[in-house]
Design a binder for this molecule. Structure first.
Ligand code: NAI
Ligand code: A1CAB
Length: 279
């Protein structure tokens, strides 16, 4: 389901975003594009450049609010680096009015760790979105702690769906692998575009042409995958003429030491790192 299938975002109270960097900023853009009243959004980020702060103010989004001036936040969304959690969690705690839900997108940081820094019984949702959230084409894996009420889960769902598709998990243990597949995944696809361009240069193309061809190929293949009911395997086979050029390339990519085992190792490394960040 996408942002556009859920109607204007009406959280029933302010949303406080703590950390408005690449991921937090993408989430906020999704909420505003999803119809959130800017007057209900507040950003806490001491590292915001002055021009970004001014731009938020122009759009009616409050920055650096005093917790006492935000009446009953409906949700506090934590999007700082995992290494900053000890510093940022007490800030989040000050905004956590009774009934508010904390939504954390921090890689590795467990719901138990988050709850330990919040008022007793606080509702915690742990989520792993990805940066295509900025264009409502993200995908998020999320898990709700036992303390989260159905209404709080519905609000977290709406906030995350403003960025795209949401997959709710019953088992928090799965979120490390979700991070390895879809949280970090856009970087793998961008690397594919980079590597394809480099390979094109090595095959004799001018660099700018190779860059344009590689980018358009990744974009087009992604869009075809989105629009087509076919599986990725069928779409791949549709490109592959018997004994043709694609078959020659796939013999390399699908060899025992090819793309799949390489990606398996990459996803395992990301998953392991997510577990390590849990401390
Ligand atoms: N970038 C990505 O693709 C994804 C990131 N995440 C998670 O999102 C979180 C943020 O990552 P990015 O946005 O990439 O990092 P970032 O460095 O772009 O953003 C972090 C923001 O937090 C701010 N900040 C630092 N200390 C703060 C504090 N005490 N209070 C309030 N704000 C503070 C910084 O000024 C910065 O703007 C991480 O925990 C990461 O695991 C999750 C999914 C995808
Ligand atoms: O690289 C990271 O740790 C974060 C989590 C998923 C994407 N970026």
């Amino acid at each position: 389901m996408t942002a556009h299938s859920v109607g204007p975002l009406q959280p029933g109270g302010p949303i406080v975003l703590i950390g408005a960097g690449k991921m937090g900023g993408a989430l906020l853009e999704g909420w505003l594009a999803g119809g959130l009243d800017p007057a209900l959004a507040a950003v806490v980020d001491p590292g915001l450049p002055p021009d970004a702060k001014a731009a938020f103010k122009r759009r009616g989004v409050r920055t650096s609010p005093d917790p006492d001036t935000i009446a009953a936040p409906a949700a506090v969304v934590l999007a700082v680096k995992p290494q900053m959690v000890a510093e940022a969690l007490p800030v989040a705690a000050r905004f956590m009015a009774p009934g508010a839900v904390l939504v954390s997108v921090l890689a590795g940081v467990t719901a138990t760790r988050l709850a330990a820094g919040l008022p007793d019984g606080a509702a915690v949702v742990r989520a792993m979105p990805n940066t295509p959230d900025a264009i409502a084409r993200g995908v998020t894996g999320a898990v709700a702690a036992a303390t989260v009420t159905p209404a709080q889960k519905a609000l977290a769902d709406a906030l995350l769906k403003a960025g795209g598709q949401v997959e709710w998990l019953d088992d928090e243990g799965l979120i490390d692998a979700v991070t390895g597949v879809s949280g970090s995944g856009p970087a793998y696809v961008f690397l594919l575009a980079e590597a394809l361009a480099e390979a094109g240069v090595k095959a004799g193309l001018p660099a700018d042409l190779a860059g344009r061809l590689a980018r358009a190929t990744v974009e087009g293949a992604g869009e075809l995958l989105r629009r087509s009911p076919e599986t990725p395997e069928t779409l791949r086979r549709n490109v592959t003429s018997p004994n043709g050029t694609t078959a020659a390339a796939l013999a390399v990519l699908m060899a025992d030491d090819g793309f799949a085992p390489l990606l398996t190792r990459a996803v395992a490394a990301a998953t392991d790192r997510s577990r390590e960040l849990a401390g």
